[in-house]
Structure formats: C-alpha cells, structure tokens
Design a protein around this ligand. Sequence first.
Ligand code: HEC
Ligand code: HEC
Ligand code: HEC
Ligand code: HEC
Ligand code: HEC
Ligand code: HEC
Length: 427
Amino acid sequence: MNISFRMDAKFCSYFSYSKIFTAIVIALLLSVPSFVSAQDSTATAAAPAGGGDAAKGESIFKNNCAQCHAVTDERVVGPGLKGASSRHDFGWLSKWVRNSQAVIASGDPYGVKIYNEYAKAQMTSFPNLSDDDIKSIFAYVDQAATAAPAAAAAAVGGASGGESKGEGPSDLFMIVLAALVVVMLLVLGVLVVIVSLLSKAVSGEVTDTTKPDFMTSLGNSLKRISIDPAIRSATLWIFVLLVLKATLDGAYSVGVQQGYAPKQPISFSHKLHAGEYKIDCNYCHTGVNRGKSAHIPSANICMNCHGVIKKESPEIQKIYTSIENNQPIEWVRVHNLPDLAYFNHAQHVNVGGLECQNCHGDVEKMEVIQQRSSLTMGWCIDCHRKTEVNTKDNQYYDKLVQLHASESKEALKVADIGGLECSKCHY
Ligand code: HEC
Ligand code: HEC
Ligand code: HEC
Ligand code: HEC
Ligand code: HEC
Ligand code: HEC
C-alpha cells in the first residue's frame, strides 16, 4: 500500500496534474476528428475492383435507377442491385443497362428469366451512359451495399433506420458520437479529481479522504478546471468541432427529402388499396390526367366505399369524424417542389404517357407513402435528356418529328422540344 502510494506521489510531482490533463485533452481532441473522418471515409472509400468513381455513380444512380432499384437486395420495381456486379460480368451489365430489351431479344437466358420473373416490366434503356458511368454506378452500389450493414452494426443496439439508403451519416451515429464525447469528458473530470486528490494527499494537505474533505477538494478541482486555459480552449474546440459538423450535415440535406415518409393522421395504406384491391390511382388522384396537381382525395371519395366497408374500425371512424366536423383530414404533404419550379402532372402522365411509378416508385407496395425520387433539378433534366417523346397518335408532334428527323438520326427526346429551357420549369 505504502509503496504504491509513494510511486503515485512521485509520479504526481513529476508530471503535474495539469500536464497530464493537457495530454488527455490533446488525445481527446485528436480522437474527435478521427471519429468524424472514419465515418466520412465509409462514404468515400476507394472504389471496389473494376474501377469507377462511387461518388459520381451515386448521383447517376439516384437520378436514373433509384426509382426502380434499391442498393440492398430489397425488391423495388426491379431487383435489388446488391451483388449484381458479381452476378454478371461487366460486358453483360453494360449491354443490359444500355438496352435491356435487346439483351432479352437476343435470347440471353438470364435476361429472359429475370424479365419473366418481373412480370415483363420493361427497364428504361440508358443508351447515353458510358462504360465509365456504368462502372461508377456499380462501384457505388457495391460500396453502399457494404456500407449499410457496417454502419448499422456500429450503431450498437439501435434500429438501422434509413441506413440502407446509404445517404451518409445517420442521426444515430451522431448521437453515439455525442454520447461518447460526453462520457469521455466525465471520465476526464473524474481523473482530474483523483490526480489532484493524490497530489494533495502527498503534499500533506489532505490526510484522509472522508466526505467533507473530498467535497471541498472536488470543489477546488472544479475551480481549477474552469480557470485552466488549456482546458478552456479544449472545451471550446470540442464545441466548435461538433457545431461545425452539425452545420455541414444540415447544409447537405437542405431540400433533399428523398426517403421522406411521415406518419399520416389515418393509417391509409397504398399497399392495401392500390396493391391488393387494385384501385386505380386516378380514382383517388383525380387531377393527374387533367392538370398540374394530382390532388389528394377528399373524405367523400373514401366514403364511396367506407360508407359500408369496415365502418367499425377506429381508423375509418376518423374519416366520419372529419366529415361530421366539416374538417378536412390533415394529410402530411410528402412531395413538395420549391415554389420556383413548375411541374405539371397532366403533361407527364397524359401527354407524356409516363407511369406514376417512373417518378414515385412502386406506390402499390407502400404501406406508408414515401418519396422515392430526389425531385432535384438534376433529376428532371436527366430524364428529359434521355426520354423519348411519346409521339404516337399525337398529331401535334407530327411536324416536329419530321423536322427533327431531317436534322438528326436520334429519336426525338424531351430535350429537343424545349425540356431543358429554364423558362419551361421556372416561372
Ligand atoms: C423503370 C424502372 C427501372 C429503371 C429506371 C432501371 N431499372 Fe434496372 N431493372 C428494372 C426491372 C423491372 C428489372 C428486371 C428485369 C426486367 O423486367 O426487365 C431490372 C433489372 C436490372 C438488372 C439485372 C438485375 C439482376 O439482379 O441481375 C440490372 C443490373 C439493372 N436493372 C440495372 C439498372 C441500372 C444500373 C439502372 C440505372 C442506370 C436501372 N437498372 C434503371 C427496372 C428498372
Ligand atoms: C383509395 C384512394 C387512393 C388510391 C387508389 C391511391 N392513392 Fe395515393 N394517396 C391517397 C391518399 C389519401 C393520400 C394522402 C395520404 C398519404 O400520404 O398516405 C395519397 C398520397 C399519395 C402520394 C403522396 C402525396 C404527397 O403528399 O406527396 C402519392 C405520390 C400517391 N398517393 C400516389 C399514388 C399512386 C401512384 C397510386 C396508384 C398506384 C395511388 N396513389 C393510389 C389515396 C389514394
Ligand atoms: C374503392 C373502395 C375504397 C375506397 C375509395 C377507399 N377504401 Fe379504404 N378500404 C377499402 C377496402 C376494401 C378495405 C379493406 C377492408 C377489410 O380489410 O375488410 C379498406 C381498408 C381501409 C383501412 C384499414 C381499416 C382497418 O382498420 O383495417 C383504412 C384506414 C382505409 N381503408 C382508409 C381509407 C381512406 C382514408 C380512404 C380515402 C382516401 C379510403 N380508405 C378509400 C376500400 C376502399
Ligand atoms: C414525371 C414524374 C412524375 C410522374 C410520372 C408522376 N408524378 Fe406525381 N409528383 C411528381 C412531382 C415532381 C411531384 C411534386 C409536385 C409539386 O410539389 O409541385 C408530385 C406530386 C404528387 C402528388 C402530391 C400532390 C401534388 O399533386 O402535388 C400526388 C398525389 C402524386 N404526385 C400522384 C401521382 C400519380 C397518381 C401519378 C400517376 C398517375 C403521378 N403522380 C405521376 C412527379 C411525378
Ligand atoms: C421520368 C422522366 C421525367 C421526369 C423525371 C421529369 N420529366 Fe418532365 N417531361 C418528361 C416527358 C416524357 C415530357 C414530354 C411530355 C410531352 O410529350 O409533352 C416532359 C415534359 C416536361 C415539360 C414540358 C416541356 C415542353 O417543352 O413542352 C416540363 C415543363 C417538364 N417536363 C417539367 C419537369 C419538371 C419540373 C420535372 C422535375 C420536377 C420533370 N419534368 C421531371 C419526362 C420527365
Ligand atoms: C426540367 C425542369 C427544369 C429546367 C429545364 C430547369 N430547372 Fe432549375 N430547377 C428545377 C427544379 C425542379 C428545381 C427545384 C429543385 C432543386 O432545387 O433542385 C430547380 C431549381 C433551380 C434553382 C434553385 C437551386 C437551389 O438549389 O435552390 C436555380 C437557380 C435554377 N433551378 C436555375 C435554372 C436555370 C438557370 C435553368 C436553365 C439553364 C434551369 N434552372 C432549368 C427544374 C428545372
């Protein structure tokens, strides 16, 4: 006992407690950025074998593939792309992505099989993607597919929330990080108290550590902590770093609501209504063929059926209450473009002949509605560059098609009819 105490005494007088403290603080400071960068490095990790730039791939994927494919093995409109790059060689992948219909038509056994498996749903062709683009897409897919479970595992005991989307740092991670920092600071505080107690014991100030003495000593230590400049600047730095990180994360996610799926006032299920009961989207969203807005159905439309179906259910009773009180159901809006942009449903659905699923994903499988596409300007433009105008049975386009054909060998794209002009989308 005596011996070890003397060792401590020597130790303490040799390195004064404030020096030890400073050392710990420096270690702590170094560890904070390394946490942050360890996490960032999962987002920018080197591309897997085969080359390709995962960051570039991410944006291509999100703008072109995400509405139909997940990076996990979850089925969306098409199969989950996890592992696709090992299922196929690159030659097959690039042919498939550029024109899957040609691959199927050539009798490729896998292509035919998967086409039938997906009820002959036609994948969009992407003739404009270069080899490099396609490599980048799969570099991103491979990386996102491996990053998702790893990040989830790091978040001890937590649910893996939106991790599978591979959309960068999760809230959970930040909470764990913050908790770690707090714990470290506490440990640090206790260490300082112990060190100062020991040094005092050695110098004879305190001979026993009974309660009152311990308390006064604690008070003194705290006072010294608060005036020690090293500690003050260290605390400041930790604070600044955390605030900086939070601000950066916030800035990146401004206006990006992909994956947004708020809880609705009535647990209305598209999976049940549009999926199992196959009720047509237009039956409820009456505006899609006619105007700008698709419209959210009023309670009266629900009553066409729920006047008789499942009246006793508490969820259905909410519809009754809304009608009795003459108060519309307050659905939470999911998709929302900023006011500066103009989007028209009829133009796309009625004139363009697009399916809702092209932009909204497979709504008929969603229990809770979710925003699947990014809805960014890049997303609109990308589709306008690639999509051919639906000119069939539309006399309005006959002249244009002729004119275009005389100038170019390529099919008439939305871009060719003014789909990239600022004023078409901005007031
Ligand atoms: C409009 C929906 C849609 C879009 C957009 C789409 N795909 Fe597909 N994809 C499908 C469907 C459906 C299948 C299943 C085969 C079929 O029915 O043609 C498929 C199959 C695949 C396969 C084969 C999967 C496997 O497991 O072997 C790959 C690879 C693929 N798509 C890659 C892509 C890439 C890369 C993009 C974006 C550049 C993309 N797809 C965009 C619908 C889509
Ligand atoms: C029985 C009526 C009904 C049918 C059928 C229906 N919906 Fe809906 N839809 C609603 C209601 C009610 C809401 C608002 C509540 C919610 O968000 O779940 C909604 C919300 C939506 C939204 C999100 C709106 C927003 O706030 O951004 C989209 C997108 C959507 N529906 C697409 C579809 C598509 C695509 C189909 C067909 C596959 C479809 N709906 C079929 C009733 C219906
Ligand atoms: C065309 C008919 C039809 C329309 C219109 C319709 N529903 Fe339904 N709804 C059904 C059917 C069928 C069921 C399944 C009933 C069952 O499980 O027995 C159902 C079930 C439900 C349920 C689940 C009830 C429970 O407790 O299981 C809710 C909630 C619901 N509907 C809400 C709505 C809302 C809100 C609207 C209007 C936006 C609406 N429905 C419009 C046919 C309809
Ligand atoms: C070309 C892409 C595209 C297609 C196709 C499309 N939507 Fe939309 N949808 C959007 C965008 C973008 C918004 C957001 C509009 C806004 O905020 O002004 C939206 C919003 C909605 C909303 C929310 C209410 C509103 O009108 O703002 C509903 C409901 C909806 N869509 C249903 C549908 C249905 C049903 C179909 C198919 C019949 C469909 N959409 C087809 C892109 C599309
Ligand atoms: C899935 C592909 C797709 C997406 C995504 C898409 N569009 Fe379009 N868009 C089309 C097609 C196809 C047409 C041509 C319709 C026609 O034949 O007039 C079109 C036409 C338009 C036009 C009319 C252009 C013209 O010269 O007449 C405007 C404006 C427009 N889109 C705005 C938008 C905006 C804003 C967004 C994003 C919020 C968007 N689109 C997203 C496919 C898309
Ligand atoms: C096909 C439709 C479309 C066309 C064409 C288009 N935009 Fe946009 N733009 C959008 C949409 C949708 C948004 C809102 C979503 C977003 O912020 O990404 C937007 C947002 C913007 C913003 C705000 C960006 C921000 O981050 O808030 C600016 C500035 C802008 N566009 C400028 C232009 C200019 C300049 C052109 C012509 C060269 C143009 N846009 C052409 C659809 C379009």
